[in-house]
Design a protein around this ligand. Structure first.
Ligand code: PMT
Length: 419
């Protein structure tokens, strides 16, 4: 970090007591540190201490007449090579997300061209609050790095995610080579992810079809999140009324057989497959060439099973990491685990569905199951949920790859003996 100019913003959380140590660690690595305190931060840590460890006068006031005579806040914004905010409270995240600038630190953040990294610290329930998670999402989308938070005991006596990373871990994260930082920001860089989305339509005549209420929102949100995580995304979609996410060309299909064909023609080199489409289980055996005329009081349509796209992918010899969805109206857990096993999946994402529930809603609530684990995701926007699901899928995928490499290594001596 030789001569890197770090503007350290400290906001009002109990973890502020660790910041003199953070300043010392940054300086040991050769950084030049300028501290900016918010008013609440001064309740937790003193200017005198921070001035002593940083070797620079601490700035705390946007209305400092002396400094501002020379447009001090703009000078500081230009001076910084990196703006690091630790601890970052829910309040500073909200201010950064909304672009409001009532104090020196937030003004600097708007005026700087330097990268910004924040180390959130708050009670775990606050961290899980949808408002905080939406702000986190907005900040990440704007390229602000989120360092942590860590999981563990909290000052309030509870346990969970929300602890500020330790000073050493913050320093390691900001010093990490660009490649490592990119891997953190883009966990699917270099990977190809195929996602199916939306409903399928099974024609019964030239103007009528059997379908379902899927809007494509869940699958499209996953496609967007995977693309933002660095993946090349192949989105195969049934008919929906929403545009494809930026930068993704969707392959449009109408029915299950077309979706099956599109999936299998593009599956080579796919690393991760996510089946979010609500694929019709049956199609009409005979599709009337002309519009069916009203005649008898009752009529019946003979249906035949469609191919199961998800399990066909999961059964490929050189198969990608395969995640499916389970849409259920009852017994969510049992049915989902049943599908995980029956379809030979790596993961299943289970949602309760109904009118305006799961299907066609902007929010979703899911339970995720894999062979030796599970995780619940509370109700949140599909865009926010998709990001968390993609992070979980990326982690499980990487763990699977690491285990495979380990197995190959342990098998090696046996092969050598046979030779
Ligand atoms: O599109 P939205 O309005 O946003 O709604 C989202 C959603 C509710 C559609 C989505 O979250 C979801 O649950 N998608 C899967 C719907 C479904 O068909 O579930 P299922 O339990 O019937 O099927 C299990 C899995 O098998 C699914 O991954 C499905 O894509 C797959 N499948 C099913 C039948 C078939 N012939 N081929 C398949 O690949």
């Amino acid at each position: 970090m030789n001569n890197q100019k770090i503007l350290l913003g400290i906001t009002g959380g109990i973890a502020a007591y660790k910041t003199p140590e953070l300043v010392r660690r940054l300086k040991e690595r050769g950084a030049d540190v300028q501290v900016v305190l918010t008013r609440s931060a001064r309740e937790f840590v003193t200017e005198t201490t921070l001035q002593a460890v940083s070797g620079r006068p601490v700035r705390a006031n946007l209305w400092d007449k002396e400094a501002e005579a020379a447009m001090g806040h703009i000078e500081l914004a230009r001076w910084a090579d990196l703006v690091l905010i630790a601890p970052a409270t829910a309040e500073i995240m909200a201010r950064l997300a909304s672009g409001s600038a009532p104090d020196l630190l937030t003004t600097l953040c708007l005026a700087t061209e330097a990268p910004i990294a924040i180390a959130p610290a708050m009670n775990h329930v606050m961290w899980s609050n949808p408002a905080v998670q939406e702000n986190r999402e907005k900040l990440t989308n704007r390229g602000i790095r989120i360092l942590g938070p860590a999981v563990g005991d909290q000052a309030c006596g509870e346990t969970g995610p929300g602890r500020m990373l330790e000073p050493d871990d913050i320093v390691k994260a900001v010093c990490a080579p660009v490649a490592v930082q990119n891997a953190e920001q883009a966990p699917l860089a270099g990977k190809t992810v195929m996602i199916t989305a939306g409903p399928t339509r099974e024609a019964i005549d030239p103007v009528r079809f059997i379908s379902n209420r899927s809007s494509g929102k869940m699958g499209y949100a996953l496609a967007d999140a995977a693309s933002k995580a660095g993946a090349k995304v192949i989105l195969i979609t049934g008919p929906v009324g929403i545009p494809a996410p930026d930068g993704i060309d969707a392959l449009n299909v109408e029915n299950a057989k077309e979706m099956y064909a599109a999936v299998h023609s593009n599956i080579d080199n796919v690393d991760i497959f996510i089946g979010a489409a609500a694929v019709a289980d049956y199609h009409a055996v005979n599709i009337n060439a002309e519009k069916i005329k009203k005649s008898d009081d009752k009529m019946s349509i003979e249906l035949a099973r469609n191919p199961d796209i998800l399990s066909s992918v999961a059964r490929l010899q050189d198969r990608p990491f395969t995640a499916g969805f389970a849409a259920e109206t009852e017994n969510l857990r049992d049915y989902a685990i049943g599908k995980l096993e029956a379809k030979n999946l790596d993961m299943i994402i289970a949602n309760l569905v109904g009118r305006n529930r799961g299907f066609d809603s902007d929010d979703n609530t899911v339970e995720v199951f894999w062979r030796d684990g599970e995780q619940s995701f509370p109700t949140t926007k599909k865009s926010v949920l998709a990001k968390d699901l993609v992070a979980l899928i990326a982690r499980r995928y990487r763990e699977g790859q690491a285990a495979e490499t380990e197995n190959t290594k342990t098998e090696l001596p046996a092969i050598m003996v046979r030779d």
